[in-house]
Structure formats: C-alpha cells, structure tokens
Ligand binder design. Structure first.
Ligand code: COS
Length: 385
C-alpha cells in the first residue's frame, strides 16, 4: 500500500532496511544463540546517523519525528527484534531529556546520543512496580547539593551497556505519584552498579540488567524538570515510545510473513506447493490484512504525535496494543504455515515468535494499554455529558 511517505522518509526506511538485510540478517541467529549484545550493529547505526533521527538539529540530530523513528524501528524489527529493542530502548531513555530536560542537560547529553557515542536506558520498573508504576520504592533524597539514590531497578533494557540512565525515583513518598521525580545518572557514578544479565525467552541480543543504587550521589542539577513530576515524565515518555513498540510488532510480523510466503511457495505436499491450498491462502490473507491494518494505525498515530497533539495516551496505547497483538498472532501463524520446519531453529520464524512475545509485555502490558484506553474513553464520555 502507498502510505504517501516523503522522499526523505523513504530514504530513512530504505537505509534501515539495508542495514537490516546486510548487517543484521547474517548474524541474528548467532546473536540469539550467544545472547550477545549487538555492538557492531550499533556502530553501523551510529555511522548512518539513525540514532539522531528524533533528536532536534540544534543538538546534533536530524530533527525528525515519531513517524521516521517508527519507519526505522519497523525495518530493524523485520530482521531482529533483539537488535531493534536495543535501538528503540535508546529512544525510550532519551525521551525524558527531550521532553523535560533543561537546556544544559540537552546540550550535555543529546549530541552524544544523536551521534550514537553513548547509549541511553530508561529506569522505571522495579521488582514490585511493573504495571503499578506509581509503586516504585527507589528513593532520591536531597542532601545539600546532591540527590542520594537508593534502590534497585529491574529488567532494564540496555542496562550495563548504556552510559546514560534516566531514572524515576521517589522524592516525597507521602505525595504518592506526585512525589516521584526523574533524574539523569551516568554510568560510573560511585554507588551505581549493575546486577546480573537476565536470561530471556527471546530478544536475546538485547541486554537486560538490574540497576543498583546504593547511596549513589548525583549532582542536584541532574533532576529532570522539577521535583514531583517524575510520574508525568514517565507517562509522557511511555506515550511517546509506544508507537515505536507497535512498529516493532509490524516489523516482526512482516519478517515472519515474508518467510512463511517463501516457504509456502517451495514446500510441496500432495503434489502441489502448499501455497496453492486454500487453507494456507486464508491464513496468509489474514496475516497480510493484519499487518496492513497495524501499519496503517501506527503511521496514523505517529503522524498524530508529530502534529504536536497534546494528549496522545489513548492513541499510542491503541497503536501499541493492536500492532503488538498482530506481531504475536502473525509470527505464531507463520510457524503454523511452516509446520515442523517453522518450529525448528533452522528457520528464523521460531526466533521471531519467541521474540514477539515481549512486545505484549514490555512498556506496559497489553492489559495496561486497554486500561489506558478505557480510562480515556471514560474521560471523553464524561466531557460529552
Ligand atoms: N500523561 C500525563 N500524566 C499522566 C498520564 C499521562 N499519560 N497518565 C497518568 N498521568 C497522571 C495522572 O493525571 C495523575 O496525576 P494527578 O495525580 O495529578 O491527577 C497521575 O499521573 C497518576 O495517574 P493515575 O492515577 O492514572 O495512575 P495509576 O497508578 O492508576 O497508573 C497507569 C496508571 C496504569 C496508566 C500507569 O501506571 C502505567 O502506565 N503503567 C504501566 C507502566 C509501564 O508501562 N511499565 C513498563 C515499564 S517501563 S519500560
């Protein structure tokens, strides 16, 4: 379908596609098997300027928006969700600075992020605060000119490999969600260490670690925005990143669909290629329709975000939930079309299906997305009264 992309948007998509095909596809199986962080590919992405896509030009980026980021993420995801997660989590970690950072913080951090010199990670989740994001326990106490951080963040993508961390911590517990604040913390700060590398079902090229803060003193100026807006920083960050997660769903679905079609044309049963059977055609038809519907929604919501709309919670949640459910459904059906072969590690759809599962879980489970949509519907209905 023609999505009326500009020349420039098509160039960005094609560049990401080229990196995916030439640099990611040949190594994705090995990265998955060895659970190896894709540093070489990150260097290629850095050289291609794709880390700077969504960063304003005055801070060394290309000054593009959500749609361009989605195009790049989709193409990388077609090849490997582990790699695209590393890339997309970098954007997630950057959003607090982009949306709420002071001029000094932006000048200090964004040029390095845009150049891909330093990776970023976002630290919200804790052992007892996943869906219940307001339940975080990590504290940041002001002592003279420093905030002292104590607590542990869990399952942090890019943890240990990133140099810059945007962290949500409690500055005033009595105030509930309004008592949270956001901070930027650099790797190497005394009192800031990492836990073990997690062993995951999928996206094994991406790295997931705990962040441990033990009397970690950071300069007072490292607060992002001001005290008390940490929960809003986190929610706005997630609002901004959820189209990107959705585009991971579109990408992995497209990758799996392509494999299923290729296989169905070659695989002969009952004297015919299986693609000639209506049972297979109907499955492929549903998969293709799902992918186009998800892509249409992602691009529309990304354009809506780029229009400067103030509140995009509902739409970005819709995009995330729909496109990631499509990612799971299509990868599962690609395995089904390919039967026993699809289940074998020899074919990439086995990995794609394992990888896709995380999309329904991270950056807010798909049940939480439905809550967000539901809450927005209630507010809209109340306004109409
Ligand atoms: N933008 C701006 N402000 C928001 C917001 C948004 N998208 N969502 C909530 N807020 C504000 C609310 O307006 C409220 O502020 P006031 O107290 O000033 O009214 C405050 O934040 C608390 O909101 P709410 O009461 O709705 O919070 P809940 O604890 O009920 O949680 C959800 C809301 C479920 C939406 C939230 O916890 C969430 O998104 N959870 C999933 C987190 C997640 O994605 N985790 C994955 C790990 S991060 S990679």
């Amino acid at each position: 379908m023609d999505y009326f992309l500009t020349e420039e948007q098509m160039m960005i998509r094609d560049l990401a596609r080229q990196i995916a095909e030439e640099k990611i596809v040949p190594v994705r199986e090995e990265l998955d098997e060895k659970e190896e962080f894709p540093w070489e590919i990150m260097k290629v992405i850095a050289q291609s300027d794709l880390f700077g896509l969504f960063i304003p030009e005055e801070y060394g980026g290309l000054g593009k928006g959500s749609l361009e980021l989605c195009l790049a993420v989709e193409e990388l995801s077609r090849a490997c969700l582990g790699v695209s997660t590393t890339y997309a989590a970098n954007a997630l970690g950057s959003f607090p600075l982009l949306l709420f950072g002071t001029e000094e913080q932006k000048k200090k951090y964004l040029p390095d992020i845009a150049a891909g010199k330093r990776l970023v990670a976002f630290g919200l989740t804790e052992a007892n605060a996943g869906s219940d994001a307001a339940g975080i326990q990590t504290t940041a106490k002001l002592e003279g000119n420093a905030y002292v951080l104590n607590g542990t963040k869990q399952w942090i993508t890019n943890g240990g490999e990133a140099e810059i961390y945007t962290i949500i911590a409690i500055t005033d517990r009595a105030k509930g969600p309004r008592g949270a604040s956001a901070f930027v913390v650099e790797k190497g700060t005394p009192g800031f260490t990492f836990g073990k590398k997690e062993k995951k079902m999928g996206i094994r090229a991406s790295v997931t670690r705990e962040l441990i803060f033990d009397n970690c003193r950071i300069p007072k100026d490292n607060i992002i925005g001001k005290e008390g807006i940490g929960f809003v920083v986190a929610m706005k960050t997630l609002d901004s990143s959820r189209t990107g997660v959705g585009s991971q769903g579109v990408g992995v679905a497209q990758g799996a669909f392509d494999e299923a079609v290729k296989f169905a044309r070659q695989r002969v049963q009952f004297g015919h290629p299986i693609i000639s059977f209506q049972a297979i055609q109907h499955m492929l038809a549903d998969m293709a329709t799902d992918i186009e519907a998800a892509r249409s929604l992602i691009y529309s919501v990304a354009r809506y975000v780029d229009s400067g709309a103030k509140d995009v919670s509902k739409e970005s949640a819709m995009a995330k939930v729909f496109a990631t459910d499509v990612g799971m459904r299509v990868t599962t059906n690609a395995v089904q079309v390919m039967g026993g072969s699809g289940y074998m590690r020899e074919y990439p759809v086995e990995k794609m299906m394992r990888d896709a599962k995380i999309l329904q879980i991270y950056e807010g489970t798909n049940q939480i997305q439905r809550n967000v949509i539901g809450q927005a519907l209630i507010k809209e209905a109340a306004k109409k009264k």
